[in-house]
Design a protein around this ligand. Structure first.
Ligand SMILES: Cc1ncc(COP(=O)(O)O)c(C=O)c1O
Length: 405
């Protein structure tokens, strides 16, 4: 079936939750995606942050096709060889102790909220509240959604779970006033991804950690988008030397397959006992095996150095473009989690990007967000910047003429 046929069939048969880009992806290689018409796209969307090693990375494919490994699924009632070593590796990377494996980011948030409540209840029956931040995004299941800020996501599904309170970003006084012995956890994205790549202040984060400690609450860092090398550190919180009690990872973890994890401190993890939480698929042998391969690549000494260098180059090129084009209001982010906030709607820029063979997306209406593969080189950055220049001139002209995309 070609693009038109697939698009038509989807229109009739899929629950209408997504607005897709108008092309049919058939193949990916490195930083490029190809459609059924032979068009090539430089992929700075990166499967929404999943394709950290790009498409069809040879070592991931080799691990996937290893003829000596044919165990796909056994369930969590049976041991397999890959879950424990992966838990050990994640514990070493975070400085924490134990892992629980889920499938998606939202599930790990959901599990972390349950674990925080179970841990809180051990201290006192009323310790059940979760503090989350305004502008946050933690996922779409009802628990994670309750801790997700934008009303457009939450409103249609109310009533959500009670006991979640939102704190203004970087407002230490508000944070301070919101702490009480009822607080089980503070849940934060160190860099808010869906919220438009918004960085939290070091002072605010450190105050949050301190308040958690003095009040007996847990600090949970949602590193689902910002973790696993994306910002030039294994985790974004490490830049500030934070020591969270739980770290949540997903997206890139299994090199493109669904896998997520809650990594927790020993005393926190002990609040779950057999039967309290679980999943059929989470931590399956294939996913864990690929995750071990992914982390092996991530840990190579030159890898993170590369992310930092090419990330700094990309950021600088965006800043230079901002000097030329005032339609860019702000450049934000760390490593290869970057954004350019525009004074014009971003959707049109995404559309024009597609026509120019460059993929990225737009959050918060006016924020162009870039989550490219961590293996990009300077020439890929140059290609994106060269494509962006005329696009931004065009959207800026449209904005000035009052043309609405
Ligand atoms: C910070 C953060 N938390 C949670 C989620 C939800 O993850 P998933 O879509 O895998 O459920 C996302 C997804 O973008 C995210 O960016």
């Amino acid at each position: 079936m070609n693009y038109d046929q697939i698009a038509e069939l989807e229109k009739q048969k899929l629950v209408p939750t997504y607005e897709r880009m108008p092309f049919l992806a058939v193949r990916g290689e490195g930083c490029y995606l190809y459609d059924d018409q032979g068009n090539k796209y430089l992929d700075f969307l990166g499967g929404l942050g999943v394709n950290a090693l790009g498409h069809a990375h040879p070592e991931i494919l080799e691990a996937l096709r290893d003829p000596s490994e044919d165990l796909l699924h056994v369930s969590n009632l049976i041991y397999h060889r890959f879950q424990a070593p992966l838990a050990e590796k994640l514990a070493a990377l975070t400085g924490l102790d134990r892992a629980f494996f889920a499938n998606t980011g939202t599930e790990s948030v959901e599990g972390a909220m349950k674990l925080a409540r179970a841990h809180g209840r051990r201290q006192s029956p009323g310790r059940v509240e979760i503090l989350a931040l305004e502008n946050s995004f933690h996922g779409r299941t009802l628990g994670a959604l309750s801790a997700t800020w934008p009303e457009k996501y939450r409103k249609p599904f109310e009533p959500l779970i009670p006991g979640v309170k939102f704190i203004r970003q970087n407002d230490i006084a508000h944070l301070n006033d919101s702490f009480s012995p009822r607080v089980a956890a503070l849940l934060v994205e160190v860099i808010q991804g869906e919220g438009g790549v918004v960085e939290m202040d070091e002072k605010f984060l450190k105050a949050g950690q301190q308040l958690c400690r003095t009040n007996g609450a847990l600090l949970i860092c949602d590193e689902i988008q910002s973790g696993l090398g994306r910002t030039g550190n294994y985790f974004a919180y490490q830049r500030f030397g934070l020591e969270p009690d739980m770290v949540l990872v997903a997206k890139a973890l299994a090199g493109g397959l669904p896998l997520a994890a809650i990594v927790a401190r020993e005393k926190v993890a002990q609040a779950f006992h057999p039967g309290m939480h679980g999943t059929t698929f989470g931590g399956g042998p294939l996913q864990c095996r690929l995750a071990l391969k992914f982390l092996e690549i991530l840990e190579r000494p030159e890898f993170m150095k590369h992310v930092r260098e090419v990330g700094a180059y990309f950021r600088n090129q965006l800043l230079k473009l901002q000097e030329e084009l005032p339609v860019i209001q702000q450049v934000r982010g760390q490593g290869l989690m970057l954004a350019a906030e525009l004074a014009a709607p971003g959707k049109e820029a995404v559309r024009q990007g597609l026509r120019a063979g460059v993929l990225f997306n737009c959050t918060q209406e006016r924020v162009l967000r870039f989550l490219p593969p961590l293996i990009i080189e300077r020439e890929h950055v140059d290609q994106v910047i060269a494509a962006l220049r005329p696009i931004l001139v065009s959207v800026s002209n449209m904005q000035n003429k009052g043309v609405h995309a």
